[in-house]
Design a protein around this ligand. Structure first.
Ligand SMILES: [Zn+2]
Ligand SMILES: [Zn+2]
Length: 225
């Protein structure tokens, strides 16, 4: 950690698809995608989201619906149907006024709506999962949860819901905590698919390997913003 270059989002003023082709050798993954099957605010079905991601040049997405995990059976079905495209299952939890993305933990106890951030952090840590702070400064002028004391594994620097004016503060937090930044869509419909992604150097073997790859910080992230 501490190598700012690895964690810097390039920001070319170009369309999503041509830019994605610059990353042809990488595995391009959006870690924050919603579906209408599990998010009441979702406007696109999970298969519409997958097809839009494929059409826009992504290699993988993670479904992170609000307080709802996708079942392992459905994940397996979708992965078989859309291979070699990859679909992973995470969740987005609101805790102490902030939204947090969790990867690598499939325990239904996660789906509670009454987590405190410190308790959620301990729960996920104990199970080897990955915690990312989603769109900081979207809801409040300050980060409300105890993120400095209970550091996440990553922080979302760009998404459709991350205020552009907050980027400097987000990068400062990431640098202070020594964690990478992420570029994810937070797509609730198909439009933003492909515009935000994290470029991994190799395909993850499975969800635990994805967590390990992300935790290593050996990736860059990109967005059009
Ligand atoms: Zn959110
Ligand atoms: Zn979200």
């Amino acid at each position: 950690m501490g190598d700012g270059c690895k964690h810097t989002c390039a920001a070319p003023q170009v369309q999503a698809r041509p830019y994605a082709t610059l990353y042809e050798a990488f595995v391009k993954i959006d870690l924050h995608v919603h579906s209408k099957e599990r998010s009441v605010c979702g406007r696109a079905s999970e298969e519409e989201q997958i097809r839009a991601a494929i059409d826009s040049g992504l290699d993988a997405i993670v479904f992170t619906d609000h307080h709802r995990l996708i079942s392992s059976e459905r994940l397996q079905q979708l992965n078989e149907k859309y291979a070699p495209f990859r679909i992973f299952g995470g969740v987005e939890i609101t805790a102490d006024g902030e939204d947090v993305l969790i990867l690598g933990v499939q325990d239904p106890a996660l789906e509670s709506v009454s987590w405190s951030y410190p308790a959620l952090h301990a729960f996920v840590r104990a199970r080897g999962g990955f915690i990312a702070l989603a769109h900081p400064f979207r809801w409040h002028p300050n980060v409300t949860a105890e993120f400095e004391r209970f550091a996440p594994d990553a922080i979302e620097v760009r998404s459709i819901h991350t205020p552009p004016g907050a980027e400097g503060r987000i990068r400062d937090i990431a640098a202070r905590l020594g964690i990478p930044v992420l570029c994810n869509s937070d797509a609730h419909n198909t439009t933003p698919l492909g515009m935000y992604f994290n470029a991994l150097e190799r395909p993850p073997a499975d969800e635990q390997d994805l967590v390990a790859l992300l935790r290593s910080g050996q990736f860059s992230c990109s967005s059009p913003g």
